[in-house]
Ligand binder design. Sequence first.
Ligand SMILES: Cc1cc2nc3c(=O)[nH]c(=O)nc-3n(C[C@H](O)[C@H](O)[C@H](O)COP(=O)(O)OP(=O)(O)OC[C@H]3O[C@@H](n4cnc5c(N)ncnc54)[C@H](O)[C@@H]3O)c2cc1C
Length: 623
Amino acid sequence: MESFEVHEHDVLVIGAGGAGLRAAIEASAMGCSVGLVTKSLLGKAHTVMAEGGIAAAMGNRWPEDNWEVHFRDTMRGGKMLNNWRMAQLHAQEAPERVMELEDWGALFDRTDDGLISQRDFGGHKYARLAHVGDRTGLEMIRTLQQRTVQLGIDVFMECTVTDLLQSEGKVSGAFGYWRETGAFIAFEAPSVVLATGGIGKSFKVTSNSWEYTGDGHAMALRAGAKLINMEFVQFHPTGMVWPPSVKGLLVTESVRGDGGVLKNSEGKRFMFDYVPDVFRGQYAQTEDEGDRWYTDPDNNKRPPELLPRDEVARAINSEVKAGRGSPHGGVFLDIASRRSPAEILKRLPSMHHQFKELADVDITAEPMEVGPTCHYVMGGVEVDADTGAASRVPGLFAAGEVSGGMHGSNRLGGNSLSDLLVFGCRAGLGAAAYVTGLGDRRPTVDQDVVDAATATALRPFELEGGENPYTLHSELQQTMNDLVGIIRKEAEMTEALTKIDELKERAQHLVVQGGREFNPGWHLALDLRNMLLVSECVARAALLRQESRGGHTRDDYPAMDPAWRQKLLVCSGTGDGPVKVEEEGMPPMRDDLAALFQKDELKKYLTPAELANVPDAADAKES
Ligand SMILES: Cc1cc2nc3c(=O)[nH]c(=O)nc-3n(C[C@H](O)[C@H](O)[C@H](O)COP(=O)(O)OP(=O)(O)OC[C@H]3O[C@@H](n4cnc5c(N)ncnc54)[C@H](O)[C@@H]3O)c2cc1C
């Protein structure tokens, strides 16, 4: 076996997006030596693409807003499948995390009286997204990155981790390669925080960046951790549909938050026809009322264009299916007729630039064509809400999109950036405390485990006449798009699983041309191992859940079923055989949190037996 560099740290953070940076900062502040690995460049993680803002109940525009309202909105958005403890911590701690960003130098847009500006987004009762135009992710990454550099954290850029290392059942480090040279690298670290983001590159039409190959999800699974909620994949309602080269690219929800409306080919604002029963009473029934809500949310209901994303995506899908779509298979998103060009240019500069440059559409004068795009995975590593510790694997922590539970079956816009800050910080603390608790009982790296990781990474160079990774990737993306996409059916998901099995078998015979120096074919061959595993988790869990809820819509089970509200689907498996999916009961919501809802509303979600245990205080009037 060849020799390669080895680095030692107390805490290794894999991923330098919002979650990874925040975790690294916290672990470093606790006195740990921290290594931060990213397969792209520092400052270029997927978080940089975030547009609309960070959800936090700061009450800057609406003093009525507070953590309890944010908690309720988040639970409703997730259709009550959220880990309620995570939703509580998130709503309570997000404002402090945003203020801290400002202390570290982030320059947010301001209200007229000089406070951090907050904008409207779907599913949020009040305007609560702290933002910087529609380039919030850039400012967040810039600020966290500077803090990381200031603290002297060791950063390993363009370095991909392929496997976690374990000895005696505990995490002992990680193994990977430099993308430029192909040379291997190992990290000895008793505590590893996964912050690797999502899985969207397994789908053909997606808003996600090239980094989203589900590496952290798959590594955690192979290490023995559990993945929960993998059936819930968010299709953002508004991605570009034209031209084909940019199909799927995100059109931020801020367009609707700032007044944009959805219309079909007949010019009708169709969302009024798609308000589901659980949200009836919370959304406007007329265009006039919806329009008044932007300036007076206390006396009017919000427009249905701002329903949670799953509802809007399904509605667009139905309009297109009914033959009322736009010329390129989407619907129209119109802000031009609703706001002045100056306002649009001030609040949505990136959207204006994106459409002008890529589609030759001037959004201050014409409507955009938009349709659903795979955007976010609610599923991920099951973690302890307070510390970010992954279940079953001592020394493993996870935060951000790679973790599961916080968003239940559907994430509200803006709740990811706040999730990264709140749980990135908590995972950093959790990882540091774990290392301290180990004392001198640190696991050592086992040479056999490193040798096995090396052999796996080199395998694609050793075969001849096998499969091309690009062909397999494209077949996987098509399969997930067509058969496990926005509307799901039993027969199609069964077909998808057969296809994934076939692809897994063919992936044993992948070959790559050339050497190890910057070789994208090799990188893809290694990423495919992860994409196939997480795709199998998504398809198997989706087949089992016989109801429609949030980001999981079954054509054959179109309604939400209260019996499923208490169940999580948990994936486990080493990657060698089929993924195992089991049902796990959810603990009932704590009384004081349940009491934040009106009992009548809870009736829409809970079983009669559950409802009987909810205290009567739950009739309290909402603020
Ligand atoms: C266009 C767009 C706009 C969005 N706008 C918003 C918004 O306005 N508000 C909001 O709340 N959410 C938004 N989101 C969602 C949000 O941006 C993401 O969910 C969030 O940024 C994920 O952050 P993260 O820290 O978990 O992962 P990321 O920021 O993706 O970081 C993952 C890191 O892990 C690294 N990595 C991955 N695999 C490996 C590996 N094997 N080895 C080494 N490193 C690895 C990557 O290189 C990267 O550094 C948006 C998403 C998109 C696509």
